[in-house]
Design a protein around this ligand. Structure first.
Ligand code: F6P
Length: 374
């Protein structure tokens, strides 16, 4: 590290509550403890490619802890190894040159799996990189938690609570579609927190007959409403996931539409009226929860310490409540879905929640063993 370290900072991929809290924590820690200069890149990797950067002084990162979004802007399509702006060309060499022209000692990128994969490639061509795991989906390999997830779950839970009362008033079946791509973390956690009767995850193919059975049983038993939480990546047995046009930074397709598809599948098979609410980007907006502010601050200050101690090629992690790190090589191009022996799944089943599959069960070791919560 130089006597006055210069550190680049960017936020990549979709935005997420807590990004500004990390920007603040990385910058303040490095400025206060190492007299560092911070260079912020605008709009994710787009800023490195199109040379859009600005100095972040202490005052620029003050007062942003509670702000949603990202003061740097982000892009979920700009990839230096396949830049759409130049017909999919590899512009990584000019990115490396720009990094050196700016006199940077390291680059800290805050992002999800797509960002971490790009960061790993940048590390391989000579940049010194540290990653901070962000995503409301909670699906990054190597960490038990990403910041943003707790906020998304809180927002989705509040939505379920509100839909509960209107479902009850009208004796309706309410379908709530959550985000999460191929992972069901948000649907599972918000579904359990909101007391959903049915929780449908990408990890478990659903059977329409089983959902009909649950709704009818409740109708007959005098509970004239049903709450169904469905992850956007869920799919019926033998069927397909509902997808939309377009791809993101990692080349992943866009999900969306399973809620209405499920409504169509159920119509005519149950007596109650059906309504579908798609929570969409509301789950990513606004101020982070206290938990996410704390996690983001801890992640950011840990990333700063890693930079200062000369580490690179690694992503900050939280594992068994301990901060640590993992090689970017072990994170790149991987994702973490809900394991089928998840204790949270077991908890949902044990209180009578259906996961839409008649024979699905979670076999956990003896009841008296300790178990993690997720
Ligand atoms: O990865 C975060 C996420 O919000 C997913 O849950 C969702 O599928 C996707 O991003 C939506 O992306 P976009 O903002 O490009 O519509």
């Amino acid at each position: 590290m130089s006597s006055v370290p210069r550190v680049g900072l960017l936020t990549g991929g979709g935005d997420c509550p807590g990004l500004n809290a990390v920007i603040r924590a990385v910058s303040k820690s490095l400025i206060l403890q190492h007299n560092a200069q911070i260079v912020g890149f605008e709009d994710g990797f787009e800023g490195l490619i199109k040379q859009k950067s600005r100095r972040l002084e202490y005052k620029d990162v003050s007062g942003i802890l509670t702000l949603g979004g990202t003061i740097l802007g982000t892009s979920n399509t700009a990839n230096p190894f396949r830049y759409y702006g130049r017909g999919g060309a590899d512009v990584s060499r000019s990115v490396l040159q720009y990094y050196h022209e700016l006199g940077l000692d390291a680059l800290v990128a805050i992002g999800g799996d797509g960002t971490m994969s790009i960061l790993h490639q940048l590390q391989e061509i000579g940049l010194r990189c540290i990653g901070v795991p962000k995503t409301i989906d909670n699906d990054l390999m190597g960490t038990d938690r990403t910041f943003g997830f707790d906020t998304a779950v809180a927002i989705a839970t509040e939505a379920i609570d509100r839909l509960h009362t209107t479902a009850q008033s009208h004796s309706r079946v309410m379908i709530i579609e959550t985000m999460g791509r191929h992972a069901g973390w948000i649907a599972l956690y918000a579904g359990v927190a909101g007391g959903a009767d049915v929780i449908l995850l990408p990890e478990i193919e659903y059977e329409i007959d089983e959902i009909v059975r649950v709704c009818r049983k409740r109708e007959i038993g005098g509970q004239h409403f049903t709450i169904i939480t469905v992850a956007e990546g869920a799919r019926p047995a033998g069927g397909d996931t509902a997808m939309r046009e377009g791809t993101d930074i990692g080349g992943n397709k866009r999900y969306g539409g399973i809620g209405h598809q499920l409504e169509d599948q159920l119509r005519g098979r149950i007596r109650s009226q059906l309504r579908t609410s798609i929570l969409g980007h509301i789950q990513r907006g606004g101020t982070p929860t206290a938990f996410d502010r704390n996690l983001a601050t801890a992640f950011g200050s840990y990333a700063a310490a890693m930079v200062a101690s000369g580490q690179s090629g690694r992503m900050v992690t939280l594992h068994n409540n301990q901060l640590g790190s993992i090689a970017l090589a072990d994170v790149a191009n991987k994702t973490r879905t809900v394991p089928l022996d998840s204790p949270m799944l077991a908890a949902a089943l044990s209180v009578g929640t259906s996961v839409g599959a008649k024979d699905f069960d979670v076999r956990l070791p003896g009841d008296t063993n300790t178990r993690p919560i997720s």
